[in-house]
Design a protein around this ligand. Structure first.
Ligand SMILES: *Cc1c(COP(=O)(O)O)cnc(C)c1O
Length: 222
């Protein structure tokens, strides 16, 4: 199946209220263009250098999501064009995004990354840390970031019941935060969860945004 076929099948299978971020890391500009010509506009990358190089070569109406760990000293390279930063995992990072966004007069949609995997290898806040963050005056003073929801990655395991329980937990964290801090914020509405191996479970557990690489572009050659 071609990239075009894969995208057509996915867009017909996945409910319309769930958006698809095509994760194009390690894939070529030509492969991204095939997806673009099939009508897709939302792409995700996990490394700043790869993202900036591709952005410079590809159509300007692509919406780029940063989905990987972001170092504060690299925020300045993507602040001018990035459409979504899904991987906010510290107040310091959020403050840096805010400061750089102010310089270029932009408001950057961000997701708070929550550590939901049982394995301790992934980045992200605990629910308690987000509550401390949301209660802080530093957080409330940020004017150039828009907190649009949460993102999480489940444990990499074939045990789909464990994966399901981690996604269910992320949905619960989202609802708790929505009720306590973001009730009057219509922008706080995204639960980004689900990758090629687990997106159907993620959608059943309330995902609004899936991040798909392999099922669109095929396996990556690292
Ligand atoms: C690579 C990656 C994906 C996509 O992974 P696939 O399993 O290829 O769909 C999704 N989210 C993040 C954060 C990634 O780094």
């Amino acid at each position: 199946m071609s990239i075009t076929d894969n995208l057509q099948k996915l867009t017909s299978d996945i409910p319309a209220h769930v958006s698809i971020v095509a994760v194009s890391k390690r894939k070529s500009v030509e492969e991204i263009l095939e997806a673009y010509h099939a009508g897709h506009r939302v792409f995700g990358e996990n490394r700043v250098q790869e993202l900036t190089e591709k952005q410079a070569l590809l159509p300007v109406d692509i919406q780029w999501h940063m989905v990987g760990h972001l170092q504060t000293n690299k925020v300045k390279y993507l602040i001018g064009f990035v459409n979504f930063i899904q991987s906010v995992d510290s107040l310091k990072l959020l403050q840096t995004i805010n400061r750089e966004a102010l310089k270029v007069n932009r408001i950057i949609p961000c997701l708070l990354q929550v550590q939901i995997a049982r394995e301790d290898t992934k980045f992200g806040f605990s629910e308690g840390e987000i509550k401390v963050l949301a209660d802080s005056s530093e957080f409330r003073s940020l004017q150039n970031v828009s907190i649009n929801g949460v993102m999480g990655m489940a444990t990499y395991t074939p045990d789909m019941e464990q994966v399901r329980s981690e996604f269910r937990y992320l949905s619960e964290v989202f609802r708790n935060l929505k009720n306590k801090y973001f009730d009057s914020s219509p922008d706080f509405r995204e639960i980004s969860m689900g990758m090629s191996g687990d997106y159907t479970v993620a959608i059943e557990e309330g995902s609004t945004m899936v991040r798909l690489g392999t099922v669109i572009f095929g396996a990556r050659n690292y």
